[in-house]
Ligand binder design. Structure first.
Ligand code: SAM
Ligand code: SF4
Length: 377
């Protein structure tokens, strides 16, 4: 029997897992004349979307490809990357190109259209360009981004763009070279800023910059960031420092509310620009006198999880439904061969039933996350 998309979704969701997970067409992208029922027959014009029991859609996957990092940011890896002790056992390897290809095939068939590569420092992988080429060869993946500390951006961004990268986030916590050095262990601010210029030369129309808000460290640099945004198409995203398993003392000392910063900007004439429900938890602020924009990421604010639109895969192949609060489930055994595809999709669908409404961070529940280098932020 042939099912319509909605009927099929019920079959997928109920027979195997008894969950409310469904695959449903994203109505907003269907031409007006198409109903969900005939959209299934018209594959060229429909798009599947993973949806959870709270009605949230998940078109976005954050894929960590390594835990290793060459920087030592104070709030993340203050002592740099330390390889875990495996007591003489073989070291677990990060996902291979073939495993990544099989993973992306499954997620693309479940409606994912945006992937962000992260880490650790993703560009430290020698096969980074091949990973980008492999993922971008999947037609369904229309947005392929990466988050980087900017190391080697200048030398490689043309090559990475040609391979398929079409969006960049660069992490810069301070625009003061000395402070940047102190925070990251690398005296590279000017080099990284030159890398961003090179990205514009290479054809990127916008670059996102992540800055973790730190009390009395960079919250005093707001004017510097605003001066940068004034004439440059940069979206500076101020991220509220998150407490992880490793950074309790640091958090207590340097945490400052991103909501307060947002209110300050609103008082200076910035306005919140409405975004689509699927746009994720960042709030976007714009100002008529500024070419660039500001993003506010306030994970402790009460509605932060309402617009969650992403799932995560760790560098060793664990599916993480949330940045915080759970161990994740290994799906790596199903990434080995192309003929495991159906089983893999069923496992992902089944797991989504366990996604909670919120991360409960405000209650100090940092879960399994020792630091964000292990999962990608
Ligand atoms: N190494 C890359 C980088 O720094 O851009 C990618 C990985 S890093 C874990 C991703 C993002 O998470 C960075 O923008 C970083 O500043 C942010 N981050 C790391 N630890 C954080 C924390 N405890 N709270 C908030 N953001 C954090
Ligand atoms: Fe490395 Fe990124 Fe963590 Fe800094 S935030 S230590 S660059 S993984």
């Amino acid at each position: 029997m042939k099912h319509t998309l909605i009927e099929r979704a019920k079959v997928v969701g109920k027979t195997k897992f008894g969950s409310q997970i469904n695959l449903r067409p994203n109505k907003s992208i269907l031409p007006a004349a198409l109903t969900p029922a005939n959209a299934f027959a018209n594959k060229a014009d429909n798009q599947l979307i993973l949806t959870d029991k709270f009605g949230r859609n998940f078109p976005y996957l954050r894929l960590s490809i390594t835990d290793i990092c060459n920087f030592s940011c104070d709030y993340c890896l203050p002592n740099g990357y330390l390889a875990p002790n495996h007591n003489g056992m073989a070291k677990p390897k990060f996902l291979s190109l073939n495993e990544i290809d099989n993973l992306v095939t499954a997620f693309a068939q479940l409606g994912t259209h945006k992937i962000r590569l992260t880490g650790g420092e993703p560009t430290l992988r020698r096969d980074f360009t091949d990973i980008v080429k492999t993922i971008s060869s999947h037609q369904a993946i229309t947005k392929l981004a990466f988050t980087t500390n900017g190391y080697k951006l200048k030398q490689n961004i043309h090559k990475w763009r040609a391979a398929g990268i079409n969006a960049i986030n660069v992490s810069i916590d301070s625009l003061n070279a000395e402070r940047f050095y102190k925070l990251t262990g690398h005296d590279r601010l000017n080099d990284i800023l030159a890398g961003i210029d090179t990205a514009f030369d290479a054809g990127f129309e916008q670059v996102k910059v992540n800055a973790v808000l730190l009390k009395d460290v960079n919250d005093i640099e707001l004017d510097l960031f605003l001066a940068w945004v004034k004439n440059t198409p940069i979206n500076v995203r101020f991220i509220e420092l998150m407490q992880t398993g490793d950074n309790q003392n640091y958090f207590d000392k340097f945490h400052v509310s991103a909501a307060d910063l947002r209110d300050k900007l609103l008082n200076q004439g910035w306005q919140i620009k409405p975004t689509s429900a699927d746009a994720g938890p960042a709030q976007l602020l714009v100002h008529a006198d500024y070419v660039g924009s500001i993003g506010i990421i306030a994970p402790y604010s009460k509605d932060f999880c309402t617009n969650c639109n992403r799932l995560r895969i760790t560098s060793k192949g664990d599916l993480r439904l949330c940045l915080f609060g759970e161990q994740g489930l290994s799906i790596r055994h199903l990434l080995q061969h192309a003929d495991q595809l159906d089983e893999l999709k069923q496992l992902i669908l089944g797991q989504l039933a366990f996604k909670k409404s919120s991360h409960f961070l405000a209650m100090g529940d940092t879960g399994a996350t020792a630091n964000l280098s292990t999962i990608g932020g």
